[in-house]
Design a protein around this ligand. Structure first.
Ligand code: AMP
Length: 542
C-alpha cells in the first residue's frame, strides 16, 4: 500500500488564521476615512473577520453571495477581504474612481447582495441606490451615523454588524475551486469585465509571490500598500502579508506625497507598493520635506511603464531598491517581477540598471510566451516583438458571468500587451497592442518615445500616441507636460530624439499641455488623447 499525505482545501481563511495564531500581536495600523489612526493586530483582524462572517450569517446573506466594497485601504476593508471569502462569500472590490454609470453596471453585473462603503461614498451610494436592485444590504464601514442613516434608508453599520457577530466563528472548509474574490477590469474599451479568483488561485498566487526572489516579504517587514485594495487585490499583498505575518500600515484615502512620507517615517515602513505616478509624487515630497525615508529598503512598482530615471533616483538618494513588476487584473496580478540572477553579481550598477528597467521574469506558477499575428511562437532573443501570452495557476480562464472563454485554442491568455523576452526570460513590455504606433507596417513603441521625452530636463511627463497619417497610416505624436516654469520648444524636443531613435521613429509633432488625462487606476488615458489629437496630422476637412 502506498502512503498518503493529508489533503486540505487551499482556503483564504487559512492565511488570516495563521497570522492570528503565529503573528497575533503584530500590528495592523489603519488610517481611517476621517483621518484618525486605529491600531489593531493580526489577532484583531482575524477576530473581526470571524465576527463579520457570523454577522452576515445572522443577516441571512447567502453562501456564495458577492459582497461589493467601495473602500480605501483600511482595516475594515482587510477584515471584509477575509470575512467575506472565509465564509464562502466573494469579496468584490469596486474601483470608486470609475464613473457612477460604470459602478452601477459593475454592481448589477456582479449582482452584489451586500454593498460595504466608506463614509466618503455615502452621497454617491445614496444616488446609486435606486439603480442597484440586487443589493439587499447597504453597510457603512464605521460606527452608527445618524446623518448617513437619514440619507440611505435601511442603512446598516459595519461596527454593529461585527459587534453582534461571534469572534469564535469557525472558518468552514470550502471547496478550493470556489470563488473567493471578484474584480473588474478597468474597461477602457467597452464595458468592464469581471475576473473571479478562486481560493486555490489566491493561495497559489500568495505562495508564488512570497519567495525571496518574489516580494521577499517577511515577518520583519512593515508593509505600506499604497496600491489600492480595489486595484487587482492590492497586488495580492493583503494575502501575502497575512501569510508571512508582516506588520501592515494601511494608508486610508490620502495618497498624497506628504502623507505617505509621514507614514513611512513615523511607522518605519520597510517596503511599499504602488504605480509610477504615486512614486513620482513621493519623490517630490521627499525632496520637499528633506526626509531620507531611512527605514525603507525597497519598493515594488508596476501597473504602467517605469520612467528609467526612477531606479537611480530611489537608489542613490534614498538607498531604496526599486523592483519593477508586471501584471493585470486577469493575472491576480503577478505575472513577472524583476530580480537579478547570480550571473549578474559582477555587473556594475549601470549594467544592472539596464536589466532592472524591464518587467523581469515570471515566478514559479506562471509562464510567458510571445507570438506573431498568426499565432506563431516567436524567439526569446530580446529583439522579436509580439503579443504577450501567459498561462498558469492564477491566470483567468473565463470572464465572470460571460461564459466567455478568455483563452487561445492552445490554452494561453492573450494579455493585449506587446513585448519582447530575452534569452534569460526577462520581459520587456513595449506597449499595449492598441496603443502601439503602426507606421507603414513598422511598429514604434510609445513607451520608448515617452521615456526619451521624460529624460529631457524641461519635460515632466509625456504620452506618445498614434496619429492618423495619409501616407504612413499612423505616425507618432508626443503630448508633453513641461516642468513648471519651463517652456522647451517643439523643435528642441524633436531634436532631442536625434540619435536616440531611428529617423522614421522620430515624433512628427509635439503638443504641449498642462496635464495628461489619468484614469481610475492611475494610468494615462491614451484613448482620450487619441480622440483629442488623433487627427492633428491630417489635412483639415473641406
Ligand atoms: P490592470 O488590469 O488595470 O492592472 O492593467 C493591466 C495592464 O497594465 C497590463 O496589461 C499592461 O498594459 C499595464 N502594465 C502593468 N504593469 C506594467 C508595467 N510594469 N509596465 C508596463 N505596463 C504595465
Amino acid at each position: 500500500m502506498g502512503g498518503k499525505m493529508m489533503h486540505k482545501q487551499l482556503n483564504v481563511s487559512s492565511l488570516v488564521a495563521h497570522a492570528a495564531r503565529y503573528h497575533g500581536a503584530t500590528e495592523v495600523v489603519s488610517v481611517e476615512t476621517d483621518g484618525s489612526t486605529t491600531r489593531t493586530n493580526w489577532a484583531g483582524i482575524d477576530a473581526k473577520a470571524r465576527q463579520l462572517a457570523s454577522g452576515l450569517d445572522k443577516l441571512g446573506v447567502t453562501d456564495g453571495a458577492r459582497l461589493g466594497t467601495l473602500a480605501w485601504n483600511n482595516r475594515r476593508h482587510l477584515e471584509i477581504y477575509f470575512g467575506g471569502a472565509g465564509s464562502g462569500r466573494v469579496t468584490h472590490t469596486i474601483n470608486p474612481r470609475l464613473t457612477p454609470e460604470q459602478m452601477t453596471y459593475i454592481i448589477n453585473d456582479a449582482a452584489d447582495e451586500v454593498l460595504f462603503f466608506d463614509a466618503t461614498f455615502t452621497p454617491m451610494v445614496a444616488k446609486l441606490k435606486p439603480h442597484l436592485g440586487s443589493v439587499h444590504h447597504f453597510v457603512l464601514m464605521g460606527p452608527p451615523d445618524a446623518a448617513a442613516a437619514e440619507a440611505i434608508e435601511g442603512l446598516l453599520f459595519y461596527d454593529d454588524l461585527t459587534d453582534g457577530g461571534d469572534p469564535d466563528y469557525v472558518w468552514p472548509e470550502i471547496d478550493e475551486t470556489r470563488a473567493s474574490g471578484l474584480c473588474y477590469t478597468s474597461g477602457t474599451t467597452g464595458n468592464p469585465k469581471g475576473v473571479e479568483y478562486t481560493h486555490r488561485s489566491t493561495i497559489l498566487h500568495t505562495l508564488g509571490a512570497n519567495t525571496v526572489d518574489g516580494l521577499a516579504l517577511s515577518a520583519t517587514d512593515t508593509l505600506l500598500p499604497v496600491v489600492p485594495m480595489f486595484h487587482a487585490n492590492a497586488w495580492g499583498v493583503p494575502y501575502a502579508a497575512a501569510a508571512v505575518g508582516a506588520r501592515v500600515v494601511l494608508p486610508g484615502p490620502d495618497l498624497s506625497g506628504p502623507h505617505l512620507v509621514k507614514l513611512i517615517d513615523e511607522e518605519r515602513v520597510t517596503m511599499s507598493l504602488g504605480v509610477p505616478t504615486i512614486w513620482m509624487m513621493l519623490l517630490d515630497a521627499l525632496k520637499e520635506t528633506g526626509s531620507k525615508a531611512a527605514s525603507m529598503t525597497r519598493t515594488l512598482v508596476g501597473g504602467s511603464a517605469l520612467p528609467p530615471s526612477m531606479i537611480p533616483e530611489f537608489r542613490d538618494n534614498f538607498g531604496v531598491d526599486l523592483v519593477h513588476a508586471w501584471g493585470m487584473t486577469e493575472t491576480s496580478p503577478l505575472g513577472s517581477l524583476n530580480q537579478l540572477l547570480q550571473k549578474h553579481s559582477d555587473m556594475t550598477e549601470a549594467e544592472k540598471e539596464v536589466i532592472r528597467r524591464g518587467q523581469g521574469r515570471p515566478p514559479w506558477g506562471v509562464e510567458l510566451r510571445i507570438v506573431d499575428e498568426n499565432g506563431e511562437v516567436l524567439p526569446e532573443d530580446g529583439e522579436a516583438q509580439g503579443e504577450l501570452h501567459i498561462r498558469g495557476h492564477w491566470i483567468i480562464d473565463t470572464y465572470y458571468g460571460k461564459g466567455e472563454d478568455a483563452l487561445t485554442d492552445d490554452g494561453w491568455f492573450d494579455t493585449g500587451d506587446v513585448a519582447s523576452i530575452d534569452a534569460d526570460g526577462y520581459l520587456i513590455i513595449r506597449d499595449r497592442s492598441k496603443d502601439i504606433i503602426k507606421s507603414g507596417g513598422e511598429w514604434i513603441s510609445t513607451v520608448e518615445l515617452e521615456n526619451i521625452a521624460i529624460a529631457h530636463p524641461g519635460i515632466a511627463n509625456a504620452a506618445a500616441i498614434a496619429a492618423m497619417h495619409e501616407k504612413w497610416a499612423e505616425r507618432p505624436v508626443v503630448i508633453a507636460v513641461p516642468v513648471p516654469g519651463q517652456a522647451p520648444s517643439e523643435e528642441e524636443l524633436i531634436a532631442f530624439y536625434n540619435e536616440k531613435v531611428a529617423g522614421w521613429q522620430m515624433p512628427d509633432k509635439i503638443i504641449f499641455v498642462d496635464e495628461l488625462p489619468v484614469g481610475a487606476t492611475g494610468k494615462v488615458q491614451k484613448n482620450k488623447l487619441r480622440e483629442a489629437y488623433g487627427d492633428v496630422l491630417m489635412a483639415p476637412a473641406g
